[in-house]
Design a protein around this ligand. Sequence first.
Ligand code: AHN
Ligand code: ZN
Length: 322
Amino acid sequence: MKIRLNILAFGICILGASSCKDQPKSNDKKTTTEKPNFTVKFDEDSAYFYVQQQVDFGPRVPGTIAHAKAAVYLQNKLAMFCDTAFTQYGTMPTGRGTNVAIKNIVGTINSEQTKRVLLCAHWDTRPQADQDLDRPTEPADGANDGASGVGVLLEIARQLQAQRPDAGVDIIFFDAEDMGDREGGATSWCLGSQYWSKTPHKPNYVARFGILLDMVGPKDAIFAIEAYSWRYAQPYVKKVWNTAATLGHGAYFVNYEGGEILDDHVFINQILGIPTLDIIHYEPTGTGFGEFWHRHSDNMKSIDKNTLKAVGETVFKVVMDL
Ligand code: AHN
Ligand code: ZN
């Protein structure tokens, strides 16, 4: 928090930083838009619980029993909260001579609405915590890297039952984002989103824009503006970052560029052409993604409820404002 205050020169962020801490546990914030009344609601305890439940299956490494069980859990959750839910099955080359089975899990709200938004996150866990000196061939829990984005989206879906959005919403949990490496090259990452972008769950699928959540749980997370997001989805980056500032979350959604990150949204932008932005924790030092990244410290201790709330409220309001 201190570092961020020093870096940032403008008022919104400074105000945001001081107000987001020690906030009373009120979930209700009146909005200031001309839209029909709604209240920004997001329960961070609920989101945290959804992260915990995923982690409790064990690392969701493609091909494992934990992965298979989590897929059922996630489809059931989306079936509870959305109008429809199903799993898209596929197969993709890993880039290293093998294929991997893909399960992309899709929940849809207001299927007939043409004004749609895509909300997505990857749900798989990297097969190895290869940034760790200790046990680098074993997977981490993937609390941040995978489970955090999914947990936030599940809570948003739950809230959208009580306050129905005018827009259509498609929530997609992408499989096999995190199996990539240098040897396999760029296309060895993001296998589920590559599959879906080539073969969307509905023929001729369109959405106005998409929001990808990745590693949205660290304490004092920094969501710098990711360069592909700025290139392909600039108006929506502005909308999301301005919404965050309005809600007092400007300390997380900072106004500087964080470089190019190869993530699921790149393939959605380049293959399908749906402008999609990435909300991803970016740390200017070290690995770029924080101390926990691809290490065994990516466990529940690396999840902060305040960060989940900042992201959840922001995305909820963007959806309801549509
Ligand atoms: C690369 O490291 C090439 N991309 C980061 C995307 C990622 C990995 N997100 C989570 N794990
Ligand atoms: Zn990862």
